[in-house]
Ligand binder design. Structure first.
Ligand code: FO1
Length: 318
């Protein structure tokens, strides 16, 4: 079994390859829920939905989130009523949030509801919320005011410098059902190329999850979301810099070295192999820009070869 720690778009792209590199029912994704929000009274889980829609080949290809071929009648109606429509919720996407909200109100847990939604979308991979407890990424702007993650990411288009990030509720959060087992029993654990601070960060900050990874660091493989000093999507590179980390694969290695033994970097960063190794991680160089599902599949096959051999005496393959 392969377990993948996942945020949003970058992780979804990797998982599309993973379910082709190994049988889909051998893949478990532990997904960030600190981006989740309640809006219009609806429980919205952006990273769970982005992974679900992508694996179902139903995601909006332009944005990487939401559903393709969406209509926006509900948003237009809300606009006419003077409601807030800054967070775009398509008509079919709303079906997901209505179902999730109703089932949670029935007392079902997010893990169970996620299984219902992935089943309905025909997905064989297992998606596990990192926790069923409320955790919310809060971002303090350089101005000193603190806003919720989606206010920063969507409302402010992450177009503003930040000074700190915290995960409200993280100390009381317990790993979701199946999460620790999925980490303990996996052949390889893969940290997907998601934002290390606000996508992977909350997952490994859930008490118990970080330790579970460190306990089996030898066959944990992380994929850098930073390529040649920039993020492929979203503000990861800027956030790393603003929070005092080096916005390169070396900075990523410093964040992951206690949890993973191998960092996978794109060929564009081949020259930084030694610098990554100096941080205490093996470094694997291979194409990581997943422009097609074939690239994603090849990347996953390379990762699995590295992950498995990392645990063996001869060490990771180059
Ligand atoms: N991202 C945006 O930039 N603008 C939006 O209006 C927006 C709406 C939205 C609705 C549902 C959903 O599942 C995701 C949505 N996202 C939107 C992406 C969201 O901000 C995610 O948190 C990011 O992809 C980061 O993980």
């Amino acid at each position: 079994m392969i377990t993948v720690l996942a945020g949003g778009v970058g992780a979804a792209r990797l998982l599309r390859g993973m379910v082709r590199a190994v049988p889909a029912d051998e893949v478990t994704a532990i997904v960030n829920t600190a981006d989740d929000l309640i809006l219009h009274g609806l429980s919205i889980s952006p990273d769970l939905d982005t992974v679900t829609y992508t694996l179902a080949e139903a995601v909006n290809p332009e944005t990487g989130w939401g559903l393709a071929d969406e209509t926006w009648q509900a948003m237009d109606a809300l606009e006419r009523l003077g409601g807030s429509t800054w967070f775009r919720l398509g008509d079919r996407d709303l079906g997901t949030h209505l179902h999730r909200t109703g089932r949670l109100a029935d007392g079902a847990g997010l893990t169970e509801v996620t299984a219902e939604i992935t089943r309905a979308f025909g997905i064989e991979a297992r998606l596990l919320p990192m926790t069923e407890d409320r955790v919310a990424t809060m971002v303090t702007l350089e101005s000193g005011s603190e806003v919720g993650f989606q206010d920063y990411f969507v409302g402010l288009r992450h177009d503003v410098a930040i000074s700190s990030v915290r995960f409200a509720g993280i100390n009381e959060a317990r790993p979701g059902s199946g999460v620790l087992e999925a980490i303990g029993s996996a052949d390889t654990v893969v940290i997907a190329p998601s934002n290390p601070l606000v996508s992977i960060g909350p997952v490994v900050a859930v008490p118990g999850i970080g330790d579970a990874l460190a306990d089996r660091r030898d066959d944990v493989v992380a994929v850098s979301p930073i390529v040649a000093g920039s993020a492929l999507k979203g503000p990861a590179e800027r956030m790393l810099r603003e929070l005092g980390h080096e916005p390169t694969v070396v900075g990523v290695a410093r964040l992951y070295r206690d949890l993973a033994s191998t960092l996978v970097v794109d060929t564009a960063d081949a020259a930084l192999t030694e610098a990554v190794e100096a941080e205490g991680m093996a470094c694997m160089v291979t194409p990581t820009i997943m422009t097609t599902v074939d690239v994603a599949t090849d990347l996953c096959r390379s990762i699995l070869s590295a992950g498995l051999s990392a645990g063996s005496p001869e060490g990771p393959s180059r």
